[in-house]
Ligand binder design. Sequence first.
Ligand code: UT7
Length: 372
Amino acid sequence: MTSRAHVAGWGKYVPERVLTNDDLTQMVETSDEWIRSRTGILERRIASDSDTTASMAIEAAHEAIEMAGIRPSDIDMIIVATCTPDHVFPSTACLVQDAIGATHAAAFDVAAGCSGFVYGLSVAADLIAAEAYQTALVIGAETLSRIVDWEDRATCVLFGDGAGAVILRSNGADGGILSSVLGSDGSGGDLLHLPAGGSRHPASHHTVSERMHFLKMKGREVFRFAVSVMPDATRQVLGQAGLTLEEVSLIIPHQANRRITNASVKALGLPEDRIYSNVERYGNTSAASIPIALCEAVEEDRVHRDDLVVLVGFGAGLTWAASAVRWSAPLPTIRPARWEKAWYGIRYRYAAIRSLARRVIRWIAARFSRDE
Ligand code: UT7
């Protein structure tokens, strides 16, 4: 029997604070009309001071774990796709591992820009298919509001914060993640980048005064790249799975710009209702956009059992990625009962105590042990 990775749970977290286009007109020279007509975005969510990429990833992970009805200790791999990690290291995935009490999990981050979630999904699915792992937690999470230049109207109107997560489980049944396509073209790295903070330009007075810790983008070039790569990757991933466009129930693309998604469905010759969009509510949340959109598509009853769904993204790198998924999760979604939620709450509190105990033991060991 061949193992396949099936989506067994999903969850999302978006911060409460809403920033509308009208709010942005108070900050930079722009208009609701320009933002709507050029991007389709009406509003986006902005992280509170206490939110971080990890804290949002953890909230999304809780929902996905509870939906899948698994124990955190069942998870044997955690992948967090992000370009706004809490730290360069440790990885955000390790912060998630500790907070949820996934005591048997390997954990690492993926940096593939907005394609990162599909990159992570593909890696996890292949490792599950190879029977190296059984249960993976794949998260896309971003706090882009912390790297956006709020004085640059060409970029600050586009981005938002949030997190989405899925649990993948090994199962012998047909369906699940059928195929994936991953691609890159580093020659376009300068089209969308964060110049400073790495080994090339470590933080200094100069990098700060030159605003080099903010995201820079050549929007038109990225737009051109996106409208060509999205249809190509979609066709390729379907071809690889031996499927046709006509069989696709829903395409869930990276939510960057309504004009990009409209141009992609047009290029594919599909009706507009075959592509999912929530960019109007959240803007571009980079690696978080596809898992958030997937969660909402399921919640809105746009995905049904045995549907063929294509997830397709593009982003910094440049990178692109697509996965063809035969949706095999039981629907309608079964929300955990109140007592189950309470039980999970106890587990997460236990994870926090366990983490604290390990820190204390390490502190005592460092203080009282003598080095040879
Ligand atoms: O996740 C992957 C990352 N990124 C993307 O997917 C972004 C891809 N690119 C895009 O979505 C579009 O290129 C943008 C939405 C970023 C820009 O739309 P555009 O139609 O390509 O506009 P543009 O950059 O060509 O700018 C047109 C005009 C310029 O003025 P001039 O030079 O024609 O006088 C800009 O200065 O619009 C001006 N402009 C604005 N005006 C009002 C740029 N930003 C704004 C703004 N409000 N916020």
